[in-house]
Design a protein around this ligand. Structure first.
Ligand SMILES: [Zn+2]
Length: 154
């Protein structure tokens, strides 16, 4: 018990979930990891986006909660002092995460499934899979904005 009172590396890490630093865009589910002048952090999807597109970007991220929640969950697992150094727990979290996503993946199954990081390369780790999900969300956001532009031009 008393060992918990002594300073450890884990204790030295501020126990602030990255989710506490929410993206500055209203109701955006992602952490605000990128910050420019003024220090209002935004997520990678809102970064450098036209403010008139912010609502559409947020809605896309919310529509894809099945994916964005897993991105955020993976970040917390890989960054938490309780799990970051536990390959067994990370592997279990990865299996559970893919099981959750697979249930709702539907037609996006092949885009969302864990796969080799490159042709002939190793299979996704939990972290590289989450990066795959981040790129997937980037594509969904670009698509959503393209539709807006397309509608405007019509
Ligand atoms: Zn955001």
């Amino acid at each position: 018990m008393s060992y918990k009172k002594t300073a450890s590396i884990a204790d030295a890490i501020p126990h602030k979930s990255i989710n506490r630093y929410q993206c500055a865009a209203h109701q955006c589910p992602m952490p605000g990891t990128m910050s420019g002048e003024g220090g209002h952090g935004v997520c990678a999807y809102h970064w450098n986006a036209n403010s008139m597109d912010w609502t559409r970007i947020t809605q896309t991220l919310l529509d894809w909660a099945i994916v964005t929640e897993e991105i955020n969950h993976c970040r917390s697992v890989l960054c938490s002092p309780d799990t970051a150094c536990r390959p067994d727990l990370i592997a279990e979290e990865f299996r559970n995460a893919w099981a959750r996503v697979e249930q709702g993946a539907g037609a996006w199954h092949n885009d969302l499934k864990p796969q080799p990081t490159r042709e002939g390369g190793p299979m996704d780790s939990y972290g590289t899979w989450a990066q795959r999900l981040e790129r997937f969300m980037g594509q969904r956001v670009v698509e959503a904005l393209r539709h807006r532009i397309g509608r405007k031009a019509a």
